[in-house]
Unconditional design. Structure first.
Length: 285
């Protein structure tokens, strides 16, 4: 049973981590929490649903196209909403993000309705892994998240564009002085964040269904992870995401599933009691 819950926790932790990584990157650039990120997550799931159901495309092709579409939508949000507010006080950007969240959710409900939708997957079979049963979809979630995290690490550490994102996050004024194109970095960051949220939503949608409010609970937990790991810390987002996923899995199994969603906030209180700044140093690393 412990091994079973370990795999379940790793699967959900992978989803939380991918969403939290996008939040972390955007926070590193804007230094504001992007409340609209949950709606981007939801649009990613609906986009894959449309490409798969309405157009009959291959599951992986649908996810790839959704990454592009939602990534561009995320960039458009940065250009239209956040860029004009770059010199305003932070509260303006926060209110604008909430406005985008409400707009996207209302739009999704108007187009697709409020009812739950099932995204089919070709990986619905159950496999036996070292004596533990798990669906192929959950295994794909774990593997895909690990591969994406490794790719993100390589991108940030070993490419020029990735280095500019880190530079912008660490010292915005210094980045300007050495000639870094802030607009290009911001758009690239939002595209990556939108892509990560889309992958997370598309992979978990066959398990958790698709509906306009699906991003609410996930984004609240992602914010807990970002704060828990240290605002803007990529290692913190990864560790925090898996801690939360495992805590929920074991808490639901050994305590009660009724209290599963409270565990995130209980963890936040406990860790802040002993380490008020979060698990890791703040700032994109």
């Amino acid at each position: 049973m412990i091994a079973q819950q370990l795999l379940n926790g790793l699967a959900m932790g992978s989803v939380y981590t991918l969403v939290a990584l996008g939040l972390t990157l955007v926070y590193g650039i804007l230094h504001i929490p992007n409340f609209a990120h949950g709606a981007i997550y939801m649009v990613g799931a609906f986009s894959t649903y449309v490409f798969t159901i309405s157009m009959g495309w291959n599951y992986w092709l649908a996810i790839l196209l959704s990454i592009i579409v939602v990534g561009l939508l995320s960039v458009l949000m940065e250009r239209i909403v956040f860029y004009p507010l770059r010199h305003a006080t932070p509260i303006h950007a926060k209110i604008a993000a909430i406005g985008v969240l409400l707009f996207l959710e209302a739009g999704a409900q108007a187009i697709w309705g409020a009812e739950f939708k099932m995204l089919p997957t070709p990986y619905d079979k159950v496999v036996n892994l070292f004596g533990v049963t798990i669906t192929q979809q959950k295994l794909i979630i774990i593997v895909a998240a690990i591969l994406l995290m490794l790719a993100l690490h390589y991108f940030l550490r070993h490419t020029t564009t990735g280095s500019t994102i880190i530079a912008m996050a660490q010292n915005r004024e210094g980045a300007f002085l050495v000639g870094i194109n802030a607009n290009r970095v911001s758009m690239m960051t939002f595209f990556i964040a939108g892509g990560l949220a889309t992958v997370a939503a598309s992979l978990v949608a066959p398990i958790n269904l698709v509906f306009p409010a699906m991003g609410h609970l996930v984004i609240m937990k992602a914010f807990v992870i970002v704060v828990l790991g240290g605002m803007g810390s990529i290692p913190g987002a990864i560790v925090g995401g898996y801690i939360l996923g495992l805590a929920e899995a074991f808490g639901g199994a050994f305590i009660s599933t009724d209290y599963k969603d409270i565990i995130a906030f209980l963890l936040l209180v406990i860790i802040f009691t002993f380490k008020p700044t979060g698990l890791f140093a703040k700032g994109v690393q």
